[in-house]
Design a binder for this molecule. Structure first.
Ligand code: G4F
Length: 324
C-alpha cells in the first residue's frame, strides 16, 4: 500500500528536499501551508514549483489547533515530518512572544492531533543544535546538556521535550532530529550562508559593492540540506523511535565561509565584507560542532557533501542566477 507522509513547513528548504526524496520513494506527499501561500504560489511556493502537481497541499496554521487537527484527521498519515517553525534566530529576539508561542504550541497541537487521530503515525520533530547554545562540551552529542541562548532555542528545547514526552507517555513513535546548520541554494536569504553566496554573486555582477555581516568569529558545523533530509527519513524507518544528532563534525567560522565564497568567485573577501555591529545578536552561540556517531552507527547515515563542496555549490548556483 502507498505510504502517506504529511510535512509541515513543506514550503521551506527542507520541505522541498524532503518532498522530492519521499516522492522518489513512492510516497503520497501531503503538506500543510498557510492560506496566503496558496493564494500567492508564484512567490511562496517557488521551491515546490517542479513538483506542485505531484503533492497535495492543505491550508493550515501552526497557530490553529483546529486546522492541524482536521488535516491529520483527513490525511491519516503514516509519517509526519514537523518542520514548520519561525526558524530565524535573529528575528526570535525581535519577537520573542510570537516565536515562542507559535513554535511550542504548533508542535504541541500537531502531536496531540496525531495522538488522537493517527496514533500509529511516526513523527519527526525538527529539533536543532541551537538547543546546545552556550555549549557544555565540544563536540555536542545526544547526551550534551542544553543551554539555549535565544527564544528560538528555548522553543526548540520545549518541542524536544514535548516530542520525547509523547513517546514516553503515550507510546508514539516520535523522534527528535538534532540537526546542525544545513544549507543549500534553496536556503532563505536571511541566513548567513545564503546571504554570503548571493552577496558574492551580486558583487561579481556589479549590482552591489559591499556585504555587511555581523559576528565573523561564530563557528558553525555546516552541512548540505539534502543529506540531512535523508537522515530525517531514516529515523522513521528504524524499529524504535529515538533522538539523533545530525552533523558533519567539521566546524568553520563565518569568516572562513566568506573567504572561500569570495575566493571561488575570484574575489578577495577583505575588499567587500564590512562588519556591522547592528547585526550582532544579544546572546550568541559561539561554537557548534556535532558528533553524529550514533546516526552513523544506527542509521548508517553520513554526510556526502563537505564544507568546500557546499560553499562552491551555493556560490555557483547564485552566480548562475545572477547571470540569468
Ligand atoms: O545563518 P544563521 O542565521 O544561522 P543560525 O543562527 O546558526 O541558525 C540556523 O541553524 C540552526 C541550527 O543550528 C537552526 F536551528 C536555525 O533555524 C537556523 O537554520 O547564523 C549563523 C551564524 C550566527 O552565529 C550569526 O551571528 O552567523 C552569524 N552571522 C554573522 N553575520 C550572521 C550574520 N547571521 C546572519 N543571519 N546574518 C548575518 O549577517
Amino acid at each position: 500500500m502507498t505510504k502517506k507522509a504529511l510535512i509541515t513547513g513543506i514550503t521551506g528548504q527542507d520541505g522541498a528536499y524532503l518532498s522530492r526524496l519521499l516522492l522518489d520513494k513512492g510516497y503520497e506527499v501531503h503538506g500543510i501551508v498557510r492560506r496566503v501561500a496558496l493564494e500567492d504560489p508564484e512567490h511562496r511556493l517557488w521551491r515546490l514549483r517542479p513538483i506542485l502537481d505531484k503533492i497535495v497541499l492543505h491550508p493550515g496554521s501552526l497557530e490553529s489547533y483546529a486546522s492541524l487537527f482536521s488535516v491529520v484527521e483527513k490525511v491519516k498519515p503514516d509519517e509526519c515530518y514537523h518542520l514548520a517553525a519561525q526558524s530565524f534566530v535573529s528575528y526570535s529576539f525581535e519577537d520573542e512572544f510570537s516565536t515562542i508561542n507559535t513554535n511550542i504550541n504548533g508542535t504541541h497541537y500537531i502531536l496531540s492531533s496525531i495522538k488522537n487521530k493517527a496514533p500509529e503515525c511516526k513523527f519527526y520533530f525538527a529539533a536543532s543544535s541551537e538547543m546546545f547554545g552556550q555549549v557544555k562540551e565540544v563536540p555536542q552529542k545526544e547526551t550534551t546538556p542544553f543551554h539555549p541562548r535565544s527564544p528560538y532555542g528555548i522553543s526548540k528545547v520545549a518541542g524536544f521535550d514535548l516530542t520525547r514526552n509523547y513517546r514516553e507517555a503515550y507510546g508514539l513513535f516520535a523522534c527528535n532530529g538534532i540537526l546542525f546548520n544545513h544549507e543549500s541554494s534553496m536556503r532563505g536569504y536571511e541566513f548567513v550562508t545564503r546571504k554570503i553566496s548571493r552577496g558574492v554573486a551580486k558583487i561579481k555582477a556589479g549590482l552591489s559593492k559591499e556585504l555587511r555581516l555581523g559576528n565573523l568569529d561564530a563557528k558553525r558545523d555546516w552541512g548540505f540540506a539534502a543529506d540531512y533530509c535523508e537522515a530525517m527519513y531514516l529515523m522513521l524507518q528504524q524499529d524504535k523511535p529515538d533522538d539523533y544528532v545530525v552533523a558533519t563534525g567539521q566546524t568553520h567560522t563565518v569568516r572562513e565561509f566568506a573567504e572561500l565564497a569570495f575566493k571561488h568567485a575570484g574575489l578577495n573577501w577583505k575588499d567587500y565584507v564590512k562588519t556591522d555591529e547592528t547585526l550582532f545578536r544579544p546572546a550568541e552561540v559561539h561554537e557548534l560542532k556535532g558528533d553524529c556517531t550514533k546516526a552513523r552507527k544506527v542509521l548508517k547515515w553520513k554526510p556526502k557533501v563537505d564544507f568546500e563542496g557546499l560553499v562552491k555549490m551555493m556560490v555557483d548556483a547564485d552566480l548562475k542566477r545572477a547571470k540569468a
